[in-house]
Design a protein around this ligand. Structure first.
Ligand SMILES: Cc1ncc(COP(=O)(O)O)c(C=O)c1O
Length: 363
């Protein structure tokens, strides 16, 4: 590891959310027409329409967060109480909780080595008579193998929640991530690629799931709504999502290229699909260096942090564990992620960030 780098006063790359003129105009328009303070108006319905169009899924239902979107998605499946749902042992913590909250039981499956996607080879053997569903997430720029997941799910009659909270706009085999599963989820949280501070959505092609999700959300009133104002600021961002994803992908190529010889930082293999980057992941060959790497990079203005803690250590009373979950354990100890705003910096900012990361990685 290199010596201390000079202290930086502000993060490299733009502040998030971006100062977007179209968002400012949307905010002012929502002020002018009063929709900012109304229960109902045009923006939620329009956003749901545009999401449905963008994801080529007939139904989109907005809600209060990605976390509740996963729970709503699970509830929409109407699985028998207490049945098992497969989940990668490395995933967003809220997904474990969402399975429990929906009255179901997580069964943990390992991920592939040096990446973050569920290991399809482990899924089939993990299925028991109690298993009815599976939650599959696209994490850290990696893409799950959805064609293979769906093939198994259809053959073994599992229902699939596809969590695209980190990957709006990613494409797998010609289809948008989030539109493969029986039901997909999105997040509009404050750090996400599409942001309204808080928010989420479920998307599906199945009218029965949409109907059940809607009934669960409405409960005679809207229990977990996205507001008109939140929807108003998301609309202009959705229109620019593809262009920004392209820009972020180019920046990630620069990072990966610069890090090619850094043996300590393992990049996942290039994916077959079109990955998008919310948090760009690497696996550290030596997890013991992670805290120091994060501290050093953060002090230099690079927004790097440890990945998820994973579930391999969760008590056996809460879940079933399939195999030793060794790759998930390794990912929980050795993953670092770079937050996306740095990817939208200008050429000079990006070159600086790439240089700093490369220096710390010792490439
Ligand atoms: C994979 C994944 N699923 C779900 C969520 C939850 O989204 P939210 O923060 O909007 O609740 C997140 C948030 O980071 C996530 O990364």
């Amino acid at each position: 590891m290199v010596g201390p780098l000079s202290e930086s006063e502000s993060p490299l790359g733009p502040d998030w959310p971006l100062k977007d003129e179209d968002v400012r105009v949307a905010l002012l328009a929502a002020y002018a027409d009063g929709s900012w303070g109304k229960y109902h108006g045009p923006h939620v319905a329009r956003l749901e329409e545009e999401l449905s169009h963008y994801f080529e899924a007939p139904h989109a239902l907005t809600c209060a967060s990605g976390t509740i979107a996963v729970e709503i998605a699970l509830r929409s499946l109407n699985l028998p109480e207490g049945s098992e749902v497969l989940l990668a042992a490395y995933d967003f913590a809220g997904n474990f909780r969402a399975i429990q909250a929906a009255g179901l039981r997580p069964a943990l499956v390992d991920i592939e080595a040096n990446r973050w996607r569920i290991d399809v080879a482990e899924i089939e053997a993990a299925i028991t008579p109690e298993t009815r569903g599976i939650v599959v997430s696209h994490l850290h720029g990696d893409l799950a193998d959805m064609p293979a997941v769906m093939e198994i799910a259809q053959r073994r009659q599992l229902q699939v929640v596809e969590d695209a909270c980190q990957s709006p706009g990613a494409i797998i085999d010609g289809r948008k991530a989030g539109s493969w599963g029986d039901v997909g989820t999105l997040s509009f949280g404050g750090s996400k690629l599409l942001t309204s501070g808080r928010g989420g959505a479920v998307i599906t092609s199945r009218a029965d799931l949409q109907q059940r999700a809607r009934v669960y959300c409405e409960r005679g009133n809207h229990a977990f709504p996205l507001s008109e104002l939140q929807s108003a600021v998301l609309l202009p961002q959705l229109a620019k999502l593809d262009a920004r994803n392209d820009q972020r992908r180019k920046a990630v190529s620069q990072f990966r290229e610069a890090m090619r010889d850094s043996a300590g930082w393992i990049s996942p293999p290039p994916s077959d699909g079109y990955s998008v980057y919310y948090k760009v992941g690497w696996t550290l060959a030596d997890p013991a260096t992670r805290a120091a790497v994060c501290t050093q990079l953060q002090a230099s203005g690079v927004a790097i942090a440890a990945g998820f803690r994973g579930f391999a250590k969760r008590p056996a009373a809460w879940c079933r564990k399939v195999g030793d979950l060794s790759q998930a354990r390794r990912a929980a100890e050795g993953t670092i992620t770079l937050h996306h705003p740095v990817l939208l910096g200008n050429e000079a900012e990006l070159a600086q960030a790439v240089g700093v990361v490369r220096q710390v990685a010792g490439g």
